[in-house]
Design a protein around this ligand. Structure first.
Ligand SMILES: NC(=O)c1ccc[n+]([C@@H]2O[C@H](COP(=O)([O-])OP(=O)(O)OC[C@H]3O[C@@H](n4cnc5c(N)ncnc54)[C@H](OP(=O)(O)O)[C@@H]3O)[C@@H](O)[C@H]2O)c1
Length: 297
């Protein structure tokens, strides 16, 4: 893991301070006058209770590397407890967070029976405590045997099923299974979609792209269904982010075409996840935030 993908303690503290409390402008008071309407007093910004309320808890799928890995680092350094889920057992060398082994659930999201057991396991670990966030981050983007793009003409049926189980079905089953805990925490769900959900991509296959488009649609549907229960549901759609999921030639071929002339880092994605899970986003639901250096402009 390179230094550049993980925020320093200072950066994390700065970010946490930004999202925890919007500062009152110098000299402003609770009786400050609205500069546009003049007449009545406007309330001073109220510090959000992120810190005062104590540690928050999140369930995060796909934490062992890439975007999920950076997300654990950022949230853990800001005091969150994170229950992680992925196929591999916890690896202390790769994941140096303290509570990691105790809060890791080993599960293959392609197997919905195993997922039911994992939800049971997560509930046991929560032990009646509320859940503040569920981040459906795990995803797969299979290629052909020679590393090529799998199109609608070439994707095997088994691959369609696997991609939809992991990228689409697991998020809705997790959210449904953990509904009571999310409701108790007035929590938030964030689904990780992709830039390829809305445009054809040179490397990402058809099953992957359509699963992400379906996940974006599911985000709207779930936001609608869960909002009356106090649960917000949003999505983030990364562009080209430097992780193992990228094809080897992605950075070289696509970076020159991106207006910002570079691919993104996992930490740049984690920071947007942090915003969506904070009280700063308390009235944001049903949205898909694009993180792509201007690639779709
Ligand atoms: N990187 C990008 O450019 C990019 C762009 C757009 C969207 N995204 C999306 O962002 C998310 C994270 O991507 P990433 O680039 O960080 O991917 P990554 O580096 O390949 O990591 C994928 C994570 O998902 C877990 N995972 C994969 N299959 C699983 C399964 N069947 N059951 C449980 N866990 C599973 C992996 O852990 P195990 O191997 O231990 O299971 C790993 O932790 C994905 O949803 C991806 O589609 C990424």
């Amino acid at each position: 893991m390179s230094e550049s993908t993980i925020a320093s303690d200072g950066e994390v503290a700065e970010l946490a301070a930004d999202v925890v409390a919007e500062p009152t402008p110098a000299g402003a008071s609770a009786e400050a006058r609205c500069p546009f309407h003049g007449a009545g007093p406007v309330a001073a910004p109220i510090p959000t209770p992120d810190v005062a309320a104590g540690p928050k808890t999140m369930v995060l799928t796909g934490a062992s590397r890439g975007i999920g890995h950076a997300t654990v680092r950022l949230f853990a350094e800001s005091g969150w407890r994170i229950i992680t889920c992925s196929r591999q057992p916890f690896n202390r060398d790769r994941c140096p967070w303290e509570e990691g082994p105790d809060d890791h659930v080993q599960v293959d999201l392609n197997d919905h029976r195993a997922l039911a057991l994992a939800i049971h396991d997560i509930k046991a670990r929560l032990a009646g405590r509320p859940l503040n966030a569920l981040i459906n981050n795990a995803g797969i983007s299979p290629k052909s045997d020679d590393g090529g793009r799998l199109s609608s003409l070439t994707t095997p049926v088994a691959t369609w099923m696997e991609v939809y189980n992991v990228n689409f079905l697991a998020p809705v089953l997790l959210a449904r299974g953990l509904f009571d805990e999310l409701k108790a925490g007035q929590g938030t769900v964030v689904n990780v979609t992709s830039i390829v959900g809305s445009r054809v991509h040179p490397f990402a296959g058809t099953a992957y792209a359509t699963s992400k488009a379906a996940l974006a649609c599911l985000t709207r549907e779930m936001a609608h269904d869960l909002a009356p229960h106090g649960i917000r549901v949003n999505a983030i759609a990364p562009g080209e982010i430097k992780t193992d999921i990228l094809s080897p030639e992605t950075e070289e071929r696509l970076a020159p075409l991106i207006p910002m002339r570079r691919v993104g880092s996992p930490m740049e994605v984690a920071k947007v996840l942090f915003f969506l899970c904070s009280d700063s986003a308390s009235y944001v639901t049903g949205e898909e935030i694009h993180i792509n250096g201007g690639q779709t402009l």
